[in-house]
Design a protein around this ligand. Structure first.
Ligand code: NAD
Length: 482
């Protein structure tokens, strides 16, 4: 049954609490109506949450547990989310606009992070380095301590799960700052932590405005790291704060990722990649396939097929979309939609063609047409800058080097894709692409087990996979003279 509570609290030191900054109205992007209120933290709440996490860490209540026990608790959080998927999914749909089936996928994705990092907890082992007779030397990994995690609105639950699961598995006490636009489902995360038996202060979930609570958290002198997923300007400000405190940060920022489609690619199969790549979550995905770079000989056929696909996607209220299908929900906010529509209009002014879409839907809520833009040249803004909406730009290339040069012609470098039957060609392209992850013949191949992160303005540090574990630990070497 859906959870229809009208007011959601923050979670500090094992208790659900109000916020010092009052309440925030949370809107349904499909209607614009307020659906609930969220407690809003002020800087004092942030300070209390950091204090609780620090106390938890110093007491050893989390860090002294056997990793196998911590791992069990981390997995239990994921199990809790899955058990309540029927309750959580409608709330996620209501606050984010994504269809119910996508909300369910997000909850399953969140649970998978807890399963994966729960299983990794006991694998963080040290090693011994031989120093010759008379010495015994070993290296261990200790938790960093207090981990601050700032979350974006496009996957509020899954992005929280991504950092929280790995941080807890390695023994860190955490403060999560959910996004203001869709903070509610993080309330379930707090309940999951409680149900899993985490000690007070191990998990604190505190929603507040980015420029106040978020900035205060990132700059707090008593945190040991910041993990941030979001936009480049915020990433810059967070990196500055981390630098002031000399603490490490992980930045997962935006993207402008391209799929290079060669003349020998399986175009029918590729349509599925386009559907997932750019119209999933209404294109509000950091690793979205926002550009297709097509070989000139197939560009026309490919464009026609993509336009047919885009036109076949029905757009509507996510609450009516429980079954997987060619449909798309609302964008998160009017501001986000207007930005995407404005970028389409700018592209037209610069000489590109709207092959389909490009406009808002004439109805309440923040819906946008699935969009395909052609006649795009590599120097246009639409080819270089992130839209974060259901907007695909199609460019053309004649030879392999040109395709790679176009793909790399953006400040970002999150993911890239190559579609071809020729593995040799794919491997050369993969080597040339300036991106943290390259998909060959399937967009979003990979998963929670594979490292993910950016080149260039897409950020630094890696999440997912075993790489992520090293974000959350200190390395200590102990050299003993026997
Ligand atoms: P945003 O930067 O506006 O906000 C992200 C989070 O930061 C929110 O919780 C917000 O409250 C907080 N915040 C805002 N200003 C802050 C400040 N000065 N100090 C501290 N915290 C602050 O980004 P957004 O609009 O929510 O998310 C969209 C962006 O995130 C896109 O660029 C997208 O590509 C990127 N993103 C990247 C990934 C990835 O893994 N690389 C994943 C999802 C989203």
């Amino acid at each position: 049954m859906a959870d229809s509570r009208p007011y959601w609290q923050n979670y500090i030191n094992g208790a659900f609490v109000d916020g010092g900054a009052g309440r925030l109205a949370v809107n349904d992007p499909a209607t614009g109506d307020t659906i609930a209120e969220q407690a809003l933290a002020d800087v004092y709440d942030i300070d209390r949450a950091v204090g609780a996490a620090r106390q938890c860490h110093e007491s050893g209540a989390l860090s002294d547990l056997r990793p196998v026990e911590r791992g069990r608790m981390v997995r239990a959080m994921g199990d809790h989310l899955l058990e309540r998927i029927d309750e959580i999914a409608p709330v996620l749909t209501k606050e984010s606009g994504k269809p119910l089936w996508e909300a369910r996928l997000e909850i399953e994705g969140a649970a998978r992070y807890f399963e994966y990092y729960g299983n990794q907890a006991e694998t963080v082992e040290g090693r011994s380095i031989p120093l010759g007779a008379g010495y015994f030397d070993f290296t261990v990994h200790e938790p960093l301590g207090v981990s601050a995690q700032i979350i974006p609105w496009n996957y509020p639950l899954e992005m929280t799960a991504r950092s929280l699961s790995a941080a807890l598995a390695t023994g860190n006490a955490c403060i999560v700052k959910p996004p203001e636009l869709d903070p509610l489902t993080n309330g379930f995360m707090a309940q999951a932590a409680e149900a899993a038996g985490f000690p007070a202060g191990a998990v604190n979930i505190v929603c507040g405005h980015g420029k106040e609570a978020g900035a205060a958290l990132a700059a707090h002198p008593d945190i040991n790291q910041v993990v941030f997923t979001g936009s480049v300007p915020t990433g810059i400000s967070i990196a500055r704060s981390a630098a002031e405190n000399i603490v490490p940060c992980v930045l997962e920022l935006g993207g402008k990722s391209a799929a290079i489609v060669h003349d020998d690619a399986d175009i029918d199969a590729f349509m599925d990649d386009v559907r997932w790549g750019i119209y999933f979550n209404a294109g509000q995905v950091c690793s979205a396939m926002s550009r297709v770079i097509a070989h000139r000989s197939i560009a026309r056929r490919l464009t026609e097929a993509i336009v047919v696909l885009a036109d076949s996607i029905s757009v509507g209220d996510g609450m009516n979309r429980a079954d997987f299908g060619p449909n798309m929900g609302a964008m998160i906010s009017e501001r986000q939609r207007e930005r995407a529509v404005g970028m389409c209009a700018d592209a037209e002014r610069q000489g590109a063609t709207l092959a389909t879409g490009g406009h808002a839907l004439n109805r309440p809520g923040y819906f946008m047409q699935p969009t395909v833009i052609t006649d795009v040249s590599p120097e246009m803004d639409i080819a270089r800058n992130e839209v974060f909406g259901p907007v695909l730009s199609i460019l053309e290339f004649s030879d392999d080097d040109e395709a790679i040069a176009i793909a790399n012609n953006t400040p970002y470098g999150l993911v890239g894709g190559v579609f071809t039957a020729d593995l040799d060609r794919a491997t050369r392209a993969a080597a040339g692409l300036r991106a943290g992850q390259v998909f060959v013949n399937e967009w979003y191949a990979g998963g929670v087990e594979t490292p993910f992160g950016g080149y260039g303005k897409s950020g630094y540090g890696r999440e997912k996979g075993r790489e992520s574990l090293w974000n959350y630990v200190q390395t200590k070497n102990i050299a003993i003279r026997l």
